[in-house]
Write a protein that binds this ligand. Structure first.
Ligand SMILES: *Cc1c(COP(=O)(O)O)cnc(C)c1O
Length: 846
C-alpha cells in the first residue's frame, strides 16, 4: 500500500487513551513488524492507524484506499462529535430561540474535507496521512457526494447550514434522507443517461440514526366532527401511519466550537410485514405494504424549476414536515407549557413552497392535538413562519388538486379551507366588493379544476416573505405577489443569496486562499468584505503574476481531469469559458452554442487572426422528463465532436461537456474558470449562486442584468463585468410588442448561418432532423427566452471578452478586482440578514 508499512509496530495509545480491546489484542498481536507505531507519530497519525484497525478492521497490509477513507473519516468525526455533544448541551441548557430550516433539498456534497477544514485540522490530517504514505487529496475523492438536491435551491440550504454553524446560530436543518439522491449522469453517444445514485451503498459515516426520535406520520382516513361546548372538534380517524426515523448529520462551524445538526427523516413501515400473508407463504404480498410506505423517502425528484402533481411528492412533503413539526413541538414542550411563548423560541423558515404545508400542520397540532382555540393558534403560527420564494417561473409554482389533497390529508384540507375563509373575509373587509381580487388571492384556484395554491398558503401563513436577489424581490412585489403586497404591506422583503466561502474558496481553491493570506492576512475568513484589502494589489504587477499562476495551475488541474473523463485535451493557456448549472431553456445554454457555432464558422472561413483560443466547458443535468433540455445536451456533444475533430480548428476552439455536474465537480470547475456564463433571459433567474462562486474564484462574468448579476455588477463595478442583452423591462416591452424572432434571423447573416447549420443537420449528419425542434422553438414557436433578440449583443460582448483576454495584465487586474469586491456574497452576510430581519435569534457560544 505504501510507505506506511515501514512502521514497525503498534502501540494502542491515541488521543482517546487505551481502548478496552487493547489488552486482548496485545496478548495475541500479530507480527510486531506490522503493528507498532513509532512515538514520533502525531496524535492524528496514531488515531488514523487505530481507526484503520478498529473502524475499518484492517491491517495496513490488507487495507484498500477506501479503508483509509474510513479511518480518516472516523478520525475527523471523533473531533466533530466532541463539539457536537457540547453544542447540544449548551442549547439545551440555555434554551435559546432556535431557527429551523425546512427544506426538501440539501445539496451537501462531500463532508470529510469540509469537516477537517472547519475544525482547523486539515493540515494535521494531511500531515498524518502523509507519514502513513497516503494523500488527503486521494482519500477525499473516495467519498460519494451527498446529492440530496437538484441545484441552486438545495445548495443554498447547504451553504446556510455552514454559515449558521460558523456564526454560532442555533439552527437546525430538517429534510429527507433520500435513499437515492440526484441521479448520476453519464453521457452515452452524446446523450444523457440517468443512473441511480445509490450513495448509501457502502454506509455513511457522517450520519447517526436516532431511534429515540421517531414519529408517526398519518395519511388518508377521514374526518369526524364532534360538537362540543367550546365548538366543533375534528377527529382524523382511520388514517394509515408510517414512522419517520431521524438520522442526524453534524454541521461543524468554521473556527468555532459550534456543531449544529441536520436532521433527515427516513420512512419506516409501522410493521415489518403482514404476518397473515407471510404465513400463507405469500412473501411478496407480505412486504408490499411495507415497501409502499418506505418508498416515501426512497428517491429525490430530479425536477428543478418544474413540478409534477405526483401524489408521492405530496406525501414526501407532508412526511418530513409533520415529523419536523412534531419534533420541534416536543423540544418546546420539554421546557415550556405556555404556547404563547412558542414564537420566542421557534422560527421556521420555509425553503420555497415545498414545506408550505407546515402552516396547516402546525395549526393541526395546536388546535386538534393540543386543543388551542383557533384564533390563538393562528396568532402564534403567523409569528413562527417565514417563506423564501425562489422563482417566478409559472411551471415551478406548486399546486395540488383538491381531490388528491383531500384524499391524502382530509383534515389538513379542512384546515386550509378555514385559513382561506378567514383570510378572504379579511381581504373583503379591507377591499370591499373586489371579488376579482378575492378570486386571484384565494388559496383555492377555482379556474383550473380546483387546486390548492401552496405559494398562497405560504404567503398567508408567514410573517415575512423574501425573494433571493434585489431584482427578484422587486419583481415578486410587482408581478407574482402584487395583490398580496397590497394586502400585507411590509411583508415582502429582499435577502440576497450568498455562498459559503469555506467550501467555495478555502476548500476548493487552496492555491488562491494561500496567496490571499500571504498578502492580506486571514481576516477575510471571518468577514469576506475584508477581501477589499486586495484592491490596491490589482495594480501590482508581481501580484498579478502570482494570481495568474494560481489560475493557471487550477486550469491545469481541471484540464487533466477533463482529459481523463472525456478524452478531450485542452490547452490551459486558452480562455476557459464555463457554463455549469442545470440545463434549462431559460438559462440559455443554446445561446452559448450559437456563439460556439459562430466562432466555428469564423475560423472555417479563415477569420482566425482575431480569434482568442477558447475552451467552452459545459456541465449540468437535465430533468429526465425534460425533452428539450436533453436535446440541448445532445447538441452540445454533437457540436463538440465536430469542432474538436476539425483540423482547421486546432487549439482555437474546443468544446467539452463535463458529465455529472455535482458539488464535488463544481469544486474543481469553479477555480479553473476564466469566464463565467450567466446568460439567462433578464427576469428569469431569481438569483443564481454559481455566478458568485465564479467571481470569488477570479472569473470574469459575461451576463445579463438578471438575478444577482445586477448586484455583482454594482459591487465589482461595471468596467469589470461584461453585461449584455435586454433588461427585464425591455424583455417585457418586446414581448408586449409582438416579438418576432424571424426579424433577427433574417437581419443577421451569422445568426442565420449558425441556426441553419444546427437545424439542417450539419452537426447530426446521420440524422439530419435531430435538431429541427430547436429551430421550431426559436423561430416558429416564438423563442420564449429571446435568444435571437439577445444574440447580436452576446456575440459583440464575447468578441470584447476575447480581445481582453489577450491583454493578460488587464484581464488579471479585473479578475483580482472581482475577488476583492465580491465579499457581499458570503452566505454569512445573508444569514446575518435573516437573523436580523426575520428570525431574531442570537448566537450561542460554549
Ligand atoms: C452553485 C451550484 C448550483 C447553482 O448554480 P446556478 O449557476 O446558480 O444555477 C447548482 N449545482 C451545483 C452543484 C452548485 O454547486
Amino acid at each position: 500500500m505504501g510507505s506506511h508499512t515501514q512502521a514497525n509496530g503498534w502501540h494502542f495509545v491515541n488521543s482517546h487513551g487505551k481502548t478496552p480491546m487493547t489488552a486482548a489484542k496485545e496478548s495475541n498481536k500479530p507480527k510486531a513488524s506490522t503493528l507498532v507505531i513509532t512515538t514520533e507519530k502525531t496524535p492524528i497519525a496514531q488515531a488514523l492507524q487505530n481507526h484503520l484497525i478498529f473502524s475499518a478492521f484492517k491491517t495496513s497490509e490488507a487495507s484498500t484506499p477506501r479503508d483509509w477513507y474510513v479511518a480518516t473519516g472516523y478520525t475527523i468525526r471523533d473531533h466533530v462529535v466532541e463539539r457536537w455533544v457540547k453544542t447540544a448541551e449548551a442549547y439545551n441548557a440555555q434554551d435559546p430561540k432556535r431557527v429551523y430550516y425546512l427544506s426538501l433539498e440539501f445539496l451537501l456534497g462531500r463532508m470529510l474535507q469540509n469537516a477537517a477544514l472547519n475544525l482547523g485540522i486539515e493540515g494535521e490530517v494531511a500531515e498524518g496521512l502523509k507519514t502513513l504514505g497516503h494523500k488527503l487529496e486521494d482519500v477525499v475523492e473516495l467519498e460519494n457526494d451527498a446529492a440530496l438536491g437538484n441545484g441552486g435551491l438545495g445548495r443554498l440550504a447547504a451553504c446556510f447550514l455552514d454559515s449558521m454553524a460558523s456564526m454560532d446560530i442555533p439552527g437546525t436543518g430538517y429534510g429527507i434522507r433520500y435513499e437515492y439522491g440526484m441521479f448520476r449522469q453519464s453521457i452515452s453517444q452524446g446523450q444523457q443517461v440517468e443512473n441511480p445514485d445509490n450513495w448509501l451503498r457502502y454506509g455513511n459515516i457522517w450520519e447517526f440514526q436516532r431511534p429515540e426520535s421517531q414519529y408517526p406520520v398519518r395519511f388518508y382516513g377521514r374526518v369526524v366532527e364532534f360538537p362540543t361546548a367550546k365548538g366543533m372538534e375534528y377527529h382524523w380517524v382511520d388514517a394509515e401511519s408510517v414512522l419517520a426515523i431521524a438520522y442526524d448529520m453534524p454541521v461543524p462551524g468554521y473556527d468555532t466550537e459550534t456543531v449544529n445538526t441536520l436532521r433527515l427523516w427516513s420512512a419506516k413501515a409501522a410493521r415489518e410485514f403482514d404476518l397473515a400473508h407471510f404465513n400463507e407463504g405469500n412473501y411478496e404480498k407480505a412486504v408490499e405494504e411495507r415497501n409502499a410506505y418506505e418508498n416515501i423517502s426512497k428517491v429525490l425528484y430530479p425536477n428543478d424549476t418544474s413540478v409534477l402533481g405526483k401524489e408521492l411528492r405530496l406525501k414526501q412533503q407532508y412526511f418530513f414536515v409533520s415529523a419536523s413539526i412534531q419534533d420541534i413541538l416536543r423540544r418546546f414542550l420539554a421546557k415550556h407549557d405556555d404556547w404563547s411563548v412558542l414564537p420566542d423560541k421557534v422560527a421556521i423558515q420555509l425553503n420555497d413552497t415545498h414545506p408550505a404545508i407546515a402552516v396547516a400542520e402546525l395549526m393541526y397540532q395546536l388546535v386538534d392535538v393540543h386543543h388551542l382555540d383557533w384564533d390563538k393558534a393562528w396568532k402564534i403560527s403567523e409569528k413562527v413562519f417565514a417563506y423564501t420564494n425562489h422563482t417566478l417561473m409559472p411551471e415551478a409554482l406548486e399546486t395540488w388538486s383538491v381531490e388528491m389533497f383531500g384524499r391524502l390529508l382530509p383534515r389538513h384540507l379542512g384546515i386550509i379551507y378555514r385559513i382561506n375563509h378567514e383570510f378572504l373575509q379579511m381581504v373583503n373587509h379591507k377591499f370591499p366588493g373586489d371579488t376579482d381580487l378575492l378570486r386571484r388571492v384565494s388559496i383555492i384556484d377555482e379556474e383550473h379544476g380546483r387546486r390548492v395554491r401552496m405559494a398562497h398558503l405560504a404567503v398567508i401563513g408567514s410573517h415575512t416573505v423574501n425573494g433571493v436577489a434585489a431584482l427578484h424581490s422587486e419583481l415578486l412585489k410587482s408581478t407574482l405577489f402584487a395583490d398580496f403586497n397590497r394586502i400585507f404591506p411590509g411583508r415582502f422583503i429582499n435577502i440576497t443569496n450568498g455562498i459559503t466561502p469555506r467550501r467555495w474558496l478555502n476548500q476548493c481553491n487552496p492555491g488562491l486562499t494561500k496567496l490571499l493570506e500571504s498578502v492580506i492576512g486571514k481576516d477575510f475568513h471571518h468577514d469576506l468584505y475584508k477581501l477589499r484589502a486586495l484592491e490596491p494589489l490589482a495594480d501590482d504587477a508581481d501580484f498579478r503574476k502570482a494570481f495568474h499562476a494560481v489560475k493557471l495551475a487550477n486550469k491545469e488541474r481541471l484540464a487533466k481531469r477533463i482529459e481523463q473523463v472525456t478524452g478531450v485535451r485542452l490547452n490551459p493557456a486558452a480562455l476557459f469559458d464555463v457554463q455549469i448549472k442545470r440545463i434549462h431553456e431559460y438559462k440559455r445554454q443554446l445561446l452559448n452554442v450559437l456563439h460556439i457555432v459562430t466562432l466555428y464558422n469564423r475560423i472555417r472561413s479563415g477569420h482566425v487572426k482575431d480569434i482568442t483560443p477558447r475552451a467552452v466547458i459545459f456541465g449540468g443535468k437535465a430533468a429526465p422528463g425534460y425533452w428539450m433540455a436533453k436535446l440541448i445536451i445532445r447538441l452540445i456533444n454533437d457540436v463538440a465532436s465536430i469542432v474538436n475533430e476539425d483540423p482547421a480548428v486546432g487549439d482555437k476552439l474546443k468544446v467539452v461537456f463535463y458529465p455529472n455536474y455535482e458539488v464535488s465537480a463544481a469544486e474543481l470547475l469553479f477555480p479553473g474558470s476564466d469566464l463565467s456564463e450567466q446568460i439567462s433571459t433578464a427576469g428569469t433567474e431569481a438569483s443564481g449562486t454559481g455566478n458568485m462562486k465564479m467571481a470569488l474564484n477570479g472569473a470574469l462574468t459575461i451576463g445579463t442584468l438578471d438575478g444577482a448579476n445586477v448586484e455583482i455588477r454594482e459591487e465589482v463595478g461595471e468596467d469589470n463585468i461584461f453585461i449584455f442583452g435586454l433588461t427585464t423591462q425591455q424583455v417585457a416591452e418586446l414581448k408586449a410588442n409582438h416579438y418576432n424572432p424571424w426579424d433577427y434571423y433574417h437581419g443577421n447573416p451569422e445568426l442565420k448561418q449558425a441556426l441553419d447549420m444546427i437545424t439542417n443537420g450539419f452537426f447530426s449528419v446521420d440524422e439530419p432532423d435531430r435538431y429541427r425542434a430547436i429551430g421550431e422553438a426559436l423561430l416558429q414557436n416564438g423563442d420564449q427566452y429571446l435568444l435571437l433578440a439577445d444574440y447580436a449583443s452576446y456575440i459583440d460582448t464575447q468578441d470584447a471578452v476575447g480581445q481582453l483576454y489577450r491583454d493578460k495584465d488587464e484581464w488579471n487586474r479585473r479578475a483580482i478586482l472581482n475577488v476583492a469586491r465580491i465579499g457581499k456574497f458570503s452566505s454569512d452576510r445573508t444569514i446575518g440578514e435573516y437573523v436580523e430581519k426575520v428570525w431574531h435569534v442570537k448566537p450561542v457560544q460554549h
